[in-house]
Design a protein around this ligand. Structure first.
Ligand code: MSP
Length: 662
């Protein structure tokens, strides 16, 4: 990504990590959320010209994993390989752009854990002692009497086992005063503030030393303790070190480059190990402390009407397949206030999709492009050639102010706020269309200058908002840039730079609508805002003729429903019979700037393939692909049938392929 600032030669580094996930469960919504937040932070920094490094991975040792493997009748090794692969495979489908994926069973990690432990030991911070306590296998930790709730583990609600054994301990208590001071001196160290306060609250009680080993008589699935063969390392002591083992601690190049700017993002469930164990471990080993701990809340699964299908966190993740990765990422980032809990429901997702993406953004896009096509022959009026307008300065000022507050919002880990700012601008652009009424300006040659300025503002506005939401919806943003005639590789958040790029851009290309409305009978539909009318119209994008929201008579379509069907003129480039079918022909058609499609048409008994080549047809261009006779069909050609005859639908004269039929 091209950077507005800082300049390439002085790239600033950025390093962000997810927790490494336990491999005793399949990837689910909670894991996806944290991973997406980190992806958004990494992408935001890349867009801003930082050299960003993004790490995720899996946590594979300990009792919990051994028990899960036993339950499946598998060896721990087989089991961890399988589940870790599921995590690795889940991320590309969610557009996760991690640079590395670490597994704690990898040699590169085991080596670093031993070395780190040895160092802490040489510092005199490890001692051998006897400990008796209430051990929860689910949490893999001992609880004090006081921490139990009614004698049960506060997280799992089960009675812990009383275990007494000899183990090694880390003198965590030695670093309590230092840690309190560090947190006080660095207000953004743990954020948001509620979690900083929570940690300072824990630290009001004396910090107990941390038991960091397990005897091999009880557990062998772990990393050997370097100074005593009879023990393995406690899974948390091992796991936290992944954040530096992946960078090649202590002398790897990546470590030198990224560790000084490290940020960890986690949910509130693992606050204590990250905010207390990890900094004290680092301090003891004489290492720099990470910069920020970003802590978010928990997704709860609601039981609203439409959410019956989403009963748990694993099913919630399947919503990404159902509604698309970008819409899913948008929903998660827009819905959760970072730091607080949120409720996940499918109907909320559909509501957000329809109101923010289909209505606000989708219609802005369709209307703007249609007007640039119609009034400016598909080219963005060039800024240099524009007639100066009295409000040019104000317009640019707004865009610059937006980019600045967006930067501030993402920089302080507030994706919801960043998106709200962007959508305010989308609203402003939609209002601009309504108030400037380009279709009226177009009727008056004396107002050509204003018309061109408005069209240029719309194109610039779309390029800016899509760049700003690129960290959250990368695929949509890149498509929008391409269709605006811009190179996504040059994406930038700088409005002036965008204007310059547009000045040298290629012509716009029309294409399928972004985020077509999801029609859901019942629950979600009733609550979603009515769609903005006349999305593609270039004459009057004002309200529809029918009263907004009025239901059509039964069996009839609303104008919005009809407009969702994208009809286009297509040129048939090639045609051939589909083997083993007397009915199907395989057509290769051109949609002009929108490229070529393969369409299977059931017209083989009425047309010879060679008679079709070169003809214009009308196709449904936004039909979901379907498979017929083992081949993919990417649309449908229209034909009229009657009297046993079938005739292709075409246009009454010559027309460029890709033209809309409405
Ligand atoms: N293996 C440890 C972490 C070690 S890091 C050195 C672990 N793994 S976990 O698989 O249980 O993942 C916990 C993390 O998953 C949470 O901190 C959070 O990032 C994510 N989430 C799991 N469930 C969640 C929700 N319901 N909501 C939001 N995030 C949640 O703990």
């Amino acid at each position: 990504m091209a950077a507005a600032a800082p300049v390439e030669a002085f790239k600033v580094n950025f390093y962000v990590t997810t927790p490494i996930y336990y491999v005793n469960a399949k990837p689910h919504l909670g894991h996806a959320y944290t991973t997406i937040v980190n992806d958004v932070l990494a992408r935001f920094h890349r867009l801003e010209g930082y050299d960003a490094y993004f790490l995720t991975g899996t946590d594979e040792h300990g009792d919990k994993i051994v028990r899960a493997a036993e339950k499946e009748g598998r060896s721990p090794r087989e089991y961890v390989d399988e589940i870790s692969a599921l995590f690795r495979a889940a991320w590309p489908g969610l557009s996760i752009s991690n640079d590395d994926f670490i597994r704690t069973t990898e040699e590169r990690h085991r080596r670093v854990v031993s070395r780190f432990m040895d160092l802490v030991n040489r510092r005199g911070d490890i001692y051998f002692g006897e400990y008796g306590g209430h051990y929860c296998f689910g949490c893999e930790r001992f609880y004090t009497e006081k921490e139990l709730v009614g004698g049960l583990c506060p997280d799992h609600g089960v009675k812990p086992e009383y275990i007494s054994e000899k183990n090694y301990f880390f003198r965590m208590g030695n670093y309590q005063d230092w840690l309190i001071e560090h947190i006080r001196a660095n207000p953004g160290f743990i954020r948001p503030e509620r979690y900083r306060n929570e940690v300072l609250g824990f630290l009001r009680e004396p910090l107990e030393d941390l038991c960091i080993t397990r005897p091999k008589s009880r557990l062998t699935w772990g990393i050997d303790v370097p100074f005593d063969d009879n023990f393995v390392t406690y899974v948390w002591f091992d796991a936290l070190i992944n954040y530096i083992s992946a960078l090649g601690w202590p002398d790897g190049e990546l470590f030198g480059k990224y560790w000084p700017v490290a940020q960890h993002t986690i949910a509130k469930d693992i606050l204590k190990p990250h905010a207390i164990f990890w900094p004290t471990m680092l301090k003891s080993a004489g290492q720099e402390i990470y910069r920020h701990l970003n802590v978010h809340g928990y997704w709860q699964i609601g039981l609203s009407k439409m959410s019956k299908s989403v009963g748990n966190v694993v099913e919630a993740l399947s919503m990404a397949d159902r509604y698309g990765t970008d819409a899913f990422r948008y929903f998660l980032m827009r819905e959760m206030a970072f730091g607080l809990d949120s409720e996940f429901s499918e109907d909320r997702l559909v509501e957000r999709h329809n109101s923010d993406l289909a209505n606000d953004l989708g219609n802005l896009w369709q209307r703007s492009l249609a007007m640039i096509q119609k009034f400016s022959a598909g080219r963005v009026p060039v800024p240099d050639g524009l007639e100066p307008q009295p409000d040019d300065g104000e317009w640019l000022g707004r865009a610059v102010a937006l980019a600045a507050s967006w930067r501030q919002a993402f920089g302080s880990v507030n994706p919801r706020e960043a998106l709200a700012l962007i959508w305010d601008h989308v609203g402003l652009l939609n209002k601009t269309i309504d108030s400037e009424a380009p279709w009226v300006l177009a009727r008056d040659p004396a107002r050509r200058g204003r018309l061109e300025a408005v069209l240029a503002r719309l194109a610039g506005g779309l390029a800016l908002v899509s760049a700003l939401f690129w960290p959250v919806m990368p695929t949509t943003a890149e498509n929008m840039w391409l269709r605006l005639g811009l190179d996504p590789g040059a994406m930038t958040s700088d409005p002036a730079a965008i204007a310059a790029l547009l000045a040298h851009g290629r012509p716009l290309s029309a294409g399928q609508a972004f985020f077509p409305r999801i029609e859901v009978p019942g629950a979600a539909e009733g609550r979603a805002r009515p769609a903005r009318a006349a999305a593609h119209g270039t004459e009057s994008p004002g309200p529809a003729k029918a009263a907004p929201g009025a239901a059509p008579a039964e069996g009839l379509l609303t104008i919005d429903e009809f407009r969702r069907v994208e009809l286009r003129v297509a040129r048939i480039l090639a045609a051939e019979a589909v083997p083993k079918s007397d009915k199907l022909l395989r057509l290769l058609v051109s949609l002009g700037d929108d490229g070529e499609r393969t369409i299977l048409a059931g017209i083989g008994r009425h047309y010879r393939p060679e008679d079709l080549v070169g003809r214009l047809a009308v196709v449904v261009a936004n039909l979901a692909p379907a498979r017929l006779m083992g081949q993919e069909s990417q649309g449908m050609v229209l034909a009229a049938s009657g009297d046993g005859r079938l005739l292709l639908v075409t246009v009454a004269g010559e027309m460029d392929p890709g033209a809309r039929v409405s």
